[in-house]
Write a protein that binds this ligand. Structure first.
Ligand SMILES: [Zn+2]
Length: 378
């Protein structure tokens, strides 16, 4: 189910509405009101008019529609020293609608969460990732339906974090690990599930989740150490996609020309020292050298990140990955390596830290994408 349109609802209720407003103005008015209340701010209609610049009549109209849609609720009165009727407050009805976020990039697992409108996780589900290539879509839809069945409220939309190259129109251009190429994933799932669908690359999704729900700053790099190594880059609150949607694909940049041969045909790519499979294999061969192997990987990653840090002046670096790999030693080594190489009279020290959202960052980024797309709140 999707949010009803203002126009359709107006006809049904017969209540006075500004029916002559074009739909794009209605949409932007709705978004302005939601932004003024999100997250968890309670305001009177008069205050909403002041904040949004809309007329009181417009605000009352929008608020009535949003209450009907289950997105806002009335509650409490504004404290007032003046005599007369106190103003009734409205706020977001946090569990009025729910959102589903899926992370398709974790090794061996498809993971899903169901959240309320503020990103609080209400339910989880996961299934083993099918081995078949191209990976079929039915298991993804089954995972969604399991989460949908657990929801006590209508679903606002589905946000997906996919590995590989993803454009801004809902297509996966290439995801070799899943065997996908030129796949209109958002459209296929929209038709299969009857839900609004937002799609993003997993590292982009994770950095957006960290920004929206993890308290991350407007300038940030999030590095995902997974089957490969990729980064999401946020500059001035915008995700950097680049000319061909591959910004942040740092895994096959050569760090050591004399290094280990890589599956891509080159030698010494970042992934040969720092991906989960390469680290796991090397640690298995020499468990007593675990700390040294992780330190070397941290040095390679820190070295790779030094130039982008200097280029962008980003000073908040998130390193996300399995707890056995993204250890304190790894994070400390990345931080020390960047600071040794970059810090100067001009550039301050960077902070390297784990994700505030743990392993939920990418799925929560999917949720945040739905909230941005459908409600305009991020
Ligand atoms: Zn390579």
């Amino acid at each position: 189910m999707s949010v009803r349109t203002s126009t359709g609802h107006n006809a049904a209720s017969g209540r006075h509405r500004l029916a002559s407003l074009p739909s794009d103005i209605r949409r932007s008015n709705r978004r302005a009101v939601l932004r003024a209340l999100y997250p968890n701010r309670w305001r009177s209609r008069a205050d909403l008019a002041k904040i949004t610049g809309l007329s009181k009549v417009s605000v009352s109209d929008v608020v009535a529609t949003l209450i009907d849609d289950g997105l806002l609720v009335e509650g409490g009165y504004k404290p007032s020293s003046k005599p007369g009727k106190p103003a009734l407050l409205v706020g977001i009805q946090v569990q009025g609608m729910n959102v589903i976020g899926l992370d398709l990039a974790q090794a061996g697992t498809l993971k899903g969460i169901l959240t309320d409108l503020e990103g609080h996780v209400l339910a989880r589900a996961s299934i083993p990732a099918p081995d078949a290539k191209p990976m079929p879509l039915n298991p993804i839809m089954d995972l969604c339906k399991r989460l949908q069945d657990q929801s006590k409220a209508p679903i606002l939309g589905l946000g997906i974090a996919s590995p590989g190259t993803v454009d801004t129109a809902g297509r996966v251009l290439a995801a070799p690990n899943l065997g996908w190429a030129d796949l209109s994933l958002a459209q296929a799932l929209r038709e299969g599930l009857g839900l609004e669908v937002c799609l993003a690359n997993d590292a982009d999704s994770a950095v957006f989740g960290e920004r929206c729900f993890g308290g991350g700053p407007a300038n940030m790099i999030l590095v995902q150490i997974a089957r490969g190594v990729g980064a999401g880059v946020l500059i001035d609150d915008r995700i950097v996609h680049g000319s061909h949607y591959v910004a942040g694909e740092i895994g096959h940049v050569v760090i050591d020309e004399n290094g280990i041969p890589c599956a891509c045909g080159k030698r010494g790519c970042l992934e040969t020292t720092t991906s989960v499979p390469s680290l796991t294999a090397r640690i298995a061969q020499a468990p007593e050298r675990r700390e040294e192997i992780i330190t070397l990987a941290g040095q390679a990653l820190g070295s790779a990140l030094s130039m982008p840090v200097a280029l962008t002046n980003i000073d908040d670096i998130v390193v996300a990955g399995p707890a056995s790999i993204a250890t304190a030693t790894m994070l400390e080594t990345v931080q020390n390596t960047i600071n040794d190489r970059v810090r100067s009279r001009f550039i301050e020290a960077v902070r390297v830290r784990p994700s505030a959202l743990g392993s939920d960052a990418a799925a929560l980024g999917g949720v945040a994408g739905v909230l941005r797309e459908r409600l305009g709140v991020f």
